[in-house]
Design a protein around this ligand. Structure first.
Ligand code: GLA
Ligand code: ZN
Length: 689
């Protein structure tokens, strides 16, 4: 077999199966029991060291690595590996007390007291120095250790600091960006409310009781994301220097508002992320984040670094994953490009905030629990699955553009509605495609568009001129491009485009937007299709945002049904060169999007990897010479998938199938096409129900 991409770690040519392990919270006998239980659970990778700072460095000049030495040795002896974490997400009390300025200051300007976690100022020199020291010591100590497979830098970077140190760094960051105060004043439009700055020292972070101009808030988010990235790099650089062959990552959090992960992605060797859906999350909501995270690095799989084996403890209602659901969602991550299934946490702690968070080992302390058994069975199954899927690609012909910059700018903007619903809007469009199991990449605007047949950019509020040029070329060359309400209103520093929205995209879309109406929740308008656009025909509801737009070169596909702008264009199509650009000037009901994208996909010749019954999700992962179709049944009752007259082997059962194949409730099949063989007539599996 020819793998599409290399393995994450040559040391561990298996699905990573493991997760957060906190031996520092337990006495030696429990740690011994852990080793036996981990074998039973078919774990091969334990994330150790996260939050263990005070156990490694009880005082500024005191170090204790003995316990970690023993844990690393035990893992190696047991044939397991370590995803070794630097403990820097939770600085010890002595550090905070010695360096109060290393603590975070909130938006009210209050310096926090010591406590909780991720409570450091990302620009505090004392914090950065202490991090560098402990990262360096860990790297030196374990660089040759056979268990070391992966570095896990800190934990879930996030949050914002507004302290004096950050203010100073912010000014330096701005100076480097704008060069002069004049330029900054121009780009920030500071004559408004007489906000012109005459000295760099006048610029402050956007404290709640202070300056709040949108352009400043936007730059502060960029700066803060860069500051947190600086913390990551501070450690990653050292780890890379000492252990050049060991991959370095940190656990990300999906569509998190504090970091523009697109700027982080080049600095991690593999994207790793923590997935915590609610049991009520729709399958497309869950997979959207997997695809967003995979899209950070398009040329390799990602890692599911954390998920709960049963329940969370921090949601309002922490329902248990139903029997089979943890396995289903684990395979969903794999189906969308993960080469790992990992959990938070190995063992429930006796105290602290997370003692009621789901864990592989319950407070009962043994293996005879539902959750342990499900984890162990999944681990065994992943082992049997072998390495065929590892390093395979998840290829899509359609890209949805996700842009932290537009999201931040929309959020910093007053009007036309307070809650812009940027992420929800993206998920609506994505779900309309996934509903039919169309493979989708969720990528940054910087992504090269070659290779895609269609590009969807919902609410891309901030459009850079070069991006508009790239899209124009894409459409001219035969691509389909879809944009929606509130696209192309501002430039990179939040200055509105003059001459009509969608600014730089006006020519490619062939429309200009004159006004935008905001609708209350109990109000709606309609999209009336002038002629059928494939299955998109008749009338659909729309609401929230209704743009009053003029079709210039574009043809009108649909018009508003009501209000004083009844009859105005709302859905348009512009032919440009070999391609088409579409504009949807409102927030339509889901059914409209489902129908609309059916036509777009049909026009581009994009089809799902396979057709299935209700509740069935399908994805495709491919090696150079092998392809795997993942079939997941998200309903708790039997459904089916249609194999037509082809024959497929289910890698999980070893059986061959053809035609309509049942998939039990919450069950998964991984199918690979095979030549029909005599045993094709062997009795088919019967669904349990
Ligand atoms: C995050 C953290 C973990 C733990 C879990 C609980 O993902 O990284 O340390 O707190 O949440 O769900
Ligand atoms: Zn700070």
């Amino acid at each position: 077999m020819e793998r599409m991409y290399p393995l994450v770690s040559e040391k561990l040519p298996h699905f990573f199966h493991g997760g957060d392990y906190n031996p520092e919270q337990w006495p030696a006998e429990v740690r011994d029991a852990d080793m036996r239980l981990m074998k039973l659970a078919h774990w091969n990778l334990a994330t150790v060291g996260v939050f263990s700072w005070v156990s490694l460095q009880p005082a500024p000049d005191q170090w204790d690595f003995d316990w970690l030495d023993a844990v690393m040795d035990n893992l190696a002896e047991g044939g397991m590996f370590a995803c070794l974490a630097t403990p820097t997400a939770a600085p010890p009390a002595w550090l905070s007390h010695q360096h109060p300025a290393s603590l975070r200051t909130d938006a009210q300007g209050r310096r926090h007291r010591h406590g909780n976690r991720v409570n450091y100022c990302p620009n505090a020199v004392a914090y950065r120095e202490a991090c560098a020291e402990i990262a360096g010591r860990l790297a030196e100590r374990y660089k040759e250790h056979p268990a070391l497979a992966l570095w896990h830098v800190s934990n879930e970077y996030g949050g914002v600091c507004y302290c004096e140190t950050c203010a100073g760094e912010f000014r330096r960051w701005l100076e480097a960006k704008y060069g002069s105060l004049d330029e900054l004043n121009e780009r920030w439009y500071t004559r408004f409310w007489s906000h012109t700055f005459t000295d760099w020292s006048q610029i402050e972070p956007p404290l709640q009781h202070g300056e709040s101009m949108p352009a400043l808030r936007l730059d502060y988010r960029r700066f803060n994301s860069d500051s947190l990235l600086g913390c990551y790099l501070n450690e990653a650089r050292i780890l890379r220097e000492v252990t050049p062959g060991v991959p370095v990552t940190t656990n990300m959090m999906g569509a998190h508002p504090d970091m523009d992960y697109h700027t982080w992605a080049p600095h991690v060797d593999v994207v790793a992320w923590d997935s915590y859906p609610s049991v009520r999350s729709a399958p497309e909501q869950i997979s959207f984040y997997h695809d967003l995270m995979r899209g950070l690095k398009r040329d390799r799989p990602f890692l599911l670094m954390e998920q709960t084996p049963s329940s969370q403890n921090w949601q309002a209602v922490n329902a248990l994953k139903r029997p089979g659901q943890m396995r289903l969602w684990s395979y969903q991550a794999v189906a969308h490009g993960s080469d790992s299934v990992m959990y938070f946490q190995w063992r429930r702690g006796r105290g602290g905030h997370e003692k009621l968070h789901g864990a592989v080992v319950a407070h009962a302390g043994h293996e005879n629990t539902r959750v342990f058994q499900e984890v162990a069975e999944l681990g065994e199954e992943l082992e049997k699955l072998g390495d065929a899927v590892l390093g395979s690609a998840t290829q899509a012909k359609i890209a949805v553009i996700f842009d932290w910059q537009s999201w931040w700018t929309l959020d910093a903007t007053s009007g036309p509605v307070r809650d812009k619903q940027y992420v929800q809007t993206l998920i609506k469009h994505y779900a309309a495609l996934r509903e039919r199991n169309i493979m989708v990449d969720v990528v940054s605007p910087e992504t090269a568009l070659e290779g895609y047949s269609a590009v969807v950019a919902p609410m891309l509020y901030m459009v850079r001129t070069e991006w508009a040029e790239k899209v124009t070329e894409f459409v001219r060359g035969g691509g389909r491009f879809v944009a929606t309400a509130m696209t192309g209103w501002v430039d990179e520093t939040d200055l509105a485009y003059l001459g009509g929205y969608p600014g730089a995209l006006r020519q490619v879309l062939g429309v200009w937007v004159e006004e935008i109406d905001a609708l209350f929740e109990d109000q709606a308008n309609q999209i009336r299709m002038k002629q059928p656009f494939g299955p998109c025909r008749g009338e659909y509801k729309c609401g929230r945002l209704c743009e009053l737009l003029h079709a210039e070169q574009a043809g009108v596909l649909g018009t508003y049904g009501a209000d004083f702008y009844a009859g105005w264009p709302v859905v348009t199509e512009n032919r440009l060169g070999e391609g088409f650009a579409y504009y949807i000037g409102t927030d339509p009901e889901q059914e409209f999007l489902v129908h609309f994208y059916r036509t777009i996909c049909a026009d581009c010749g994009i089809f799902p990897p396979m057709e299935g019954g209700e509740g069935i999700e399908v994805t495709l992962r491919s090696q150079k010479d092998r392809s795997f179709i993942f079939v997941l049944n998200h309903r708790d009752e039997v459904s089916f998938v249609d194999l037509g007259d082809r024959h497929y082997c289910d890698l999980l059962t070893g059986r061959t199938h053809t035609a309509n194949v049942p998939v039990r409730g919450f069950d998964v099949r991984i199918l690979e096409e095979v030549e029909p063989t005599p045993d094709q007539d062997a009795p088919q599996e019967k669904p349990a129900e």
